[in-house]
Ligand binder design. Structure first.
Ligand code: TNX
Length: 533
């Protein structure tokens, strides 16, 4: 006879026992779905005696324990002390191997999460939090029991780079909005946040040696609003906030195209009268292009439209590289992560040879400051430095050029991964030049078979960009990102053999209940039977 496990809990106010069929771990709504899940016997119930037990030594282990406690305390009202002395939720740092892999075992007496790395523990915590009822997301005490199914999970990511991108240039997004996005990225085990910091419409990061970039270039945005920028202190704060959640910031300065905000800030970056490159003035020994009166360059006008591909730096002028050197140096100093994104897309008005020359020089500058370049796929038309990464968004032949040079690809195919594409023709915001992307389209693709010639070993990871031509505030970000960002997070985390659209469709509906509690204004895709809608 098949045994049906039940669990009973005592009502907090009314003294009677209520019994319900026990939930099963294999039927839980985890996103991304873990590699392995097994059912156990019975349930674990969090109660007022519970505590978080840290085991092992790690610089941020206490922080990780407190992070878990902070997520559990408001809705449960329990104390949940975090200590090295004991507690029935064990967080154990042990062993070696993949620092992002983790395992969880749950029985009636305890929950145990273990990993060789703090990142893995953090991901185990995200899975654990998703096992609790959705009401755990409330910020005030809920009068209910907090039961999770017994069993075991073992999990590790398919790809090491699982990213999201925010375009803070077309419309500026506040530090608070970016942090809010980081919080949700953490829930879905994403680990890189690419910030598109500059574009034709705005320059969003303070550069102390070129202050007009933000004074002038940061003063507007698409549609003519007031724009904005991050001071270096604010950027550092974002870097630290993300790092606490095991997310690495990748700053992007898009060049040589998409540079009007810089060209509007500094006249001398514009070519003016063309002079031969590299010749030195015999009196001052200065490159000729520093001699402003000789070339009489004019600053461009600020731009608040959404056309692309019409601006360019002047790759023949030395001042261009003096400028790029300062910008890369200042941003690299503030950025502990390994990558610096140099853009390189849609430079339609840059001469082909100039473009290649520019990309190669800028790669050298990035490398001089200890960073690895990432660029949009067009950069693969230049000779890439070893280890540099091409971000595939449009042209397979560019991705193949990169692979042919022995470089890796970051997968962001616009037809699947672009969060700024409309869901369908009725979506209230978004573009549709690449595709309409309903939830199933965002979910049902596999990076390693997406394009011929781009195999698993060529792929660094997956990134979901949110371009913001039509995004003006947090609600807009949420509408385009949820539920597609979790779909893409699962594409990046879970190997193809463990994923299915049917499974995802059933699991995502439970996340809608959490988003309702958190006030996240997601797009209620008609492909899903949402709970609580
Ligand atoms: C193409 S994707 C662009 C961006 C736009 C985006 C809008 C890429 C590398 N360039 O400049 O914002 O389309 O979808």
């Amino acid at each position: 006879m098949k045994k049906i496990f039940t669990y009973c809990s005592m009502g907090a106010v009314l003294l009677f026992f209520a019994c319900k069929p026990a939930p099963k771990l294999t039927e839980s709504s985890l996103i991304p779905i873990p590699q392995e899940i097994k059912d156990g016997k019975g349930v674990f119930e969090l109660n007022s005696e519970s505590g978080i037990h840290l085991i092992g030594s790690g610089e941020h282990l206490t922080w990780v324990g407190e992070y878990l406690a902070d997520r559990l305390r408001p809705a449960t009202g329990f104390d949940l002390p975090v200590s090295y002395d004991g507690g029935n939720i064990r967080l154990e740092l042990a062993g070696d191997g993949n620092a992002e892999a983790y395992s969880i075992s749950i029985d009636e007496n305890q929950v145990s999460i273990s990993s060789s790395g703090e990142a893995g523990l953090f991901y185990g915590i995200q899975s654990l939090l998703q096992l609790f009822p959705a009401e755990i997301a409330h910020q005030n005490v809920q009068n209910q029991s907090w039961v999770i199914p017994a069993g075991a999970i073992s999990d590790q990511p398919a790809f090491g780079y699982r990213g999201a991108m925010l375009d803070v240039a077309r419309h500026f997004l506040s530090v608070e909005d970016v942090k809010h996005y980081i919080d949700q990225m953490a829930v879905y085990k994403l680990n890189y946040l690419h910030l598109h910091l500059t574009d034709d419409q705005g320059w969003r990061i303070e550069i102390k040696s070129w202050p007009k970039l933000t004074e002038i270039g940061g003063s507007t945005e698409v549609g003519g609003g007031e724009g904005g920028f991050y001071t270096q202190e604010e950027y550092k704060d974002l870097v630290a906030y993300a790092a606490d959640r095991f997310i690495t910031i990748v700053p992007e300065v898009d060049m040589p195209g998409h540079t009007n905000s810089a060209l509007a800030s500094y006249a001398e970056l514009n070519p003016g009268v063309n002079l031969p490159n590299g010749k030195l003035d015999s009196v001052n020994k200065q490159p000729l292009d520093y001699q402003m009166p000789l070339r009489n360059p004019q600053a461009s006008e600020l731009y608040t439209g959404i056309e692309v591909g019409w601006s360019t730096f002047a790759p023949k002028l030395e001042i261009t590289y003096a400028f790029v050197d300062s910008v890369v140096r200042e941003i690299a100093e503030l950025t502990p992560g390994p990558y610096f994104h140099i853009g390189g897309d849609e430079s339609h008005v840059t001469e082909k040879d100039d473009y290649v020359y520019f990309v190669e020089r800028v790669q050298d500058i990035v490398s001089k400051y200890g960073k690895t370049s990432i660029g949009w796929d067009e950069i693969a038309t230049a000779k890439l430095l070893p280890g540099n990464v091409a971000q595939f968004w449009a042209k397979e032949e560019n991705a193949k050029l990169a692979i042919g040079q022995g470089n890796q690809i970051l997968m962001s195919p616009a037809t699947r991964a672009y969060l700024d594409m409309q869901y369908d023709s009725t979506s209230r915001i978004g573009l549709h030049w690449a595709a309409y992307i309903e939830l199933e389209d965002a979910y049902s693709w596999e990076p390693s078979t997406f394009a011929e010639g781009i195999a698993a070993e060529n792929i660094l990871g997956v990134e979901a960009p949110l371009w913001t031509e039509t995004v003006t505030n947090r609600e807009d970000m949420e509408y385009l990102s949820f539920p597609r960002l979790p779909a893409l997070a699962e594409v990046a985390w879970t190997s193809a053999d463990k994923r299915s659209w049917e499974g995802f469709k059933n699991r995502i509906q439970k996340h809608g209940s959490r988003w309702n509690i958190l006030g996240i204004q997601y797009y209620p895709s008609p492909q899903v039977n949402w709970e609580g809608k």
